[in-house]
Design a binder for this molecule. Structure first.
Ligand SMILES: Cc1ncc(C[n+]2csc(CCOP(=O)(O)OP(=O)(O)O)c2C)c(N)n1
Ligand SMILES: [Mg+2]
Length: 293
C-alpha cells in the first residue's frame, strides 16, 4: 500500500506524463491526449487510493483496476512501472515486436493488468462482474473502472450501468475521463452526452464531479464513494485532453497519434514536437528549474 503526499503526487503525475511522451516517441505510434490527461487520476489511484501490492500483484485482498478505455494504455503502463510492477526500462518496448506492452492492455502479459481491453465498453461489464463476485465473496476489495467519455457512446456501457444501479454495487467506482474529445471530434458534436450527470443519476448512481487534475479532489471523491452504501459511484473527472503539453491541450487531433509523427495545425513542426513536449512536462511549464528529474 503506497501513500504519497499531495506534493509528491503532483510530481508523480508529472513523472508519468514524461514516461508517456518518452514511450510514444520511441514507439512512433500510439495515443497521446487521453493518457496525458489521466495522469493525475492514475497517480491518485495507484499512489494513494487503491489497496494494492506491486510485489504481490495477485494479492487476494487487492482493489481491482479495470481500464475499459484500453487505448490509453500508456498511462497504465507508466503508472505500473512507476509503482514497481515491472522495470521502467521496459516502457521503451511499447508496441514493439515481442513486447509485453501491447498497444492495448493484455491480461497476463504484465503483472498488474487485470483485464484485456481495447474494444470499448467491455470493461464496464467486466467491472460489474468483478464487483458482484467480490460482494458475493464478502470481500472488502473495491473495483475501479476508467472509461473514456466518447466510450459512453457504446450502448453496452449503459447496460452495465443499469445492472450496477439495480444491484447497488457500492464497491464499484467508475471514473469517466470527461475530456470532451474522442477519436475524430468533440464529444458534443459527435454524439452529445450532456446532461451526463442526470443520465447517471437516472441509472441510480451516486455522481461526483471533480477537476480531474486536482489530486486532492480525486482522493476526496474516492473516499466519498467508499462512504456511499446504497449505490455505485461515478466520478466524472473533468480533464483537459493532452494536459501538460500546450500544443496538444483540448485538441481531438491528438487522440491517436504520438508527438513527432505528423504536422498538426497549431502545433510545432513535427521534428520539434517531441523535444518541446518533454521540456514542457519536465519543467512543469517553467515552474521547476531543473531540480526535479
Ligand atoms: C467497440 C469499439 N469501437 C470503436 C473503437 C475505436 N476507438 C478507439 S478509441 C475511440 C474513441 C473513444 O473516445 P474516448 O473514450 O473519449 O477516448 P479519448 O479520445 O478521450 O482518448 C474509438 C472510437 C474501439 N476501440 N472499440
Ligand atoms: Mg474522450
Amino acid at each position: 500500500m503506497i501513500k504519497l503526499t499531495l506534493e509528491e503526487l503532483k510530481y508523480k503525475a508529472n513523472d508519468i506524463r514524461k514516461d508517456i511522451i518518452e514511450m510514444l516517441l520511441e514507439a512512433k505510434s500510439g495515443h497521446s491526449a487521453g493518457p496525458l490527461d489521466m495522469a493525475d487520476v492514475f497517480a491518485a489511484l495507484y499512489f494513494y487510493v487503491m489497496n494494492h501490492d506491486p510485489k504481490n500483484p495477485q494479492w487476494a485482498e487487492r482493489d481491482r483496476f479495470v481500464l475499459s478505455a484500453g487505448h490509453i494504455a500508456p498511462v497504465l503502463y507508466a503508472t505500473l512501472a512507476e509503482a514497481g510492477y515491472f522495470p521502467k526500462e521496459e516502457l521503451k518496448t511499447l508496441r514493439k515486436l515481442g513486447t509485453r506492452l501491447h498497444g492495448h492492455p493484455h491480461r497476463g502479459a504484465l503483472p498488474g493488468i487485470e483485464t484485456s481491453s481495447g474494444p470499448l465498453a467491455q470493461g464496464t461489464s467486466q467491472a460489474i462482474g468483478m464487483a458482484l463476485a467480490l460482494r458475493m465473496d464478502h470481500s472488502r476489495s473495491r473495483v475501479f473502472c476508467v472509461t473514456g467519455d466518447g466510450e459512453l457512446n457504446e450502448g453496452q456501457c449503459w447496460e452495465a450501468f443499469m445492472f450496477a444501479g439495480k444491484n447497488k454495487l457500492h464497491n464499484l467506482t467508475f471514473i469517466v475521463d470527461r475530456n470532451n474529445i474522442q477519436i475524430d471530434g468533440y464529444t458534443e458534436d459527435v454524439m452529445p452526452l450532456e446532461p451526463l450527470r442526470d443520465k447517471f443519476e437516472a441509472f441510480n448512481f451516486h455522481v461526483i464531479e471533480v477537476d480531474g487534475h486536482n489530486v486532492r479532489a480525486i482522493i476526496d471523491a474516492c473516499n466519498e464513494a467508499k462512504a456511499v452504501f446504497e449505490k455505485p459511484t461515478v466520478i466524472i473527472a473533468h480533464t483537459i485532453a493532452g494536459k501538460g503539453v500546450d500544443f496538444m491541450e483540448g485538441r481531438f487531433e491528438w487522440h491517436g497519434i504520438p508527438p513527432g509523427a505528423q504536422d498538426v495545425s497549431g502545433a510545432p513542426d513535427k521534428k520539434e514536437q517531441g523535444r518541446i513536449a518533454i521540456e514542457e512536462i519536465r519543467t512543469l511549464r517553467g515552474q521547476i528549474k531543473g531540480e526535479h528529474e
